[in-house]
Design a protein around this ligand. Sequence first.
Ligand code: MN
Length: 263
Amino acid sequence: MDAGRLLSEVAAALSAGTIKVVDLTAPLGPDTPVIALPPAIGKNTPKVEVHSISHYDSDGPFWAWNWLKLGEHTGTHFDAPVHWITGKDLPDNTTDRIPPKNFVAPLNVIDCSREVAADPDFLLTAEGVRAWEAKHGAIEPGSWVFMRSDWYHRNGSAETFLNADANGPHSPGPSTDCIEYILSKGVIGWGSEGVGTDAGKGATLQPPFPAHNLMHKANRYGLASLCNLDQLPPKGAILFVAPLKFVNGTGSPVRALALVPSA
Ligand code: MN
């Protein structure tokens, strides 16, 4: 295979529109919903703030620019292994040290939208992943697995997105054996449409928050608040996603993009 020729063909296909770019990212701004931790914890990530420095005015006559206040884990964002205690001592576990080859990878998209429409607490299990593989092909080492739920349609409102009641938040995610199974296949990441990578009831699973606990323990990554997964094929897309190169960062808002064959 001539890699140079292959890249030229990809460039030609992008230009012709036979490969298209799908944006998997939610708008990032003051209205972006942020996770709501139990009040007993006492600390939470802030909402996004945008502060003007100048806007073609006496503070800067020819230019407009802002400064931002935002948490690392805000909006469509990347979880680095150091985010969880299980990944805190691993090599290359922060946003600035992750090998860049891991930012471009094949994508497996498991459609759970029907199940989630019937049950917002739906958990994707290892059995569900194996059934998907029987239909679409094996999950390959070095790939990402995304759980499509169509939950992103709720992303405009914190109330419907977090979907909490007196018993806590209700949103879909992976079971423990789902994460164990995809790790056994050698994946590098797990992505979901929820506010975080785990289900709303993730705290009640064993171990608590398995997507965080087990993925990061394996030096693997997470993506949360993904959008437009309904525009992706089950297999065949290529993901481009990179956190900002924050020094010692535990995560970062991202612009997540996928290359897909045009229908
Ligand atoms: Mn996060």
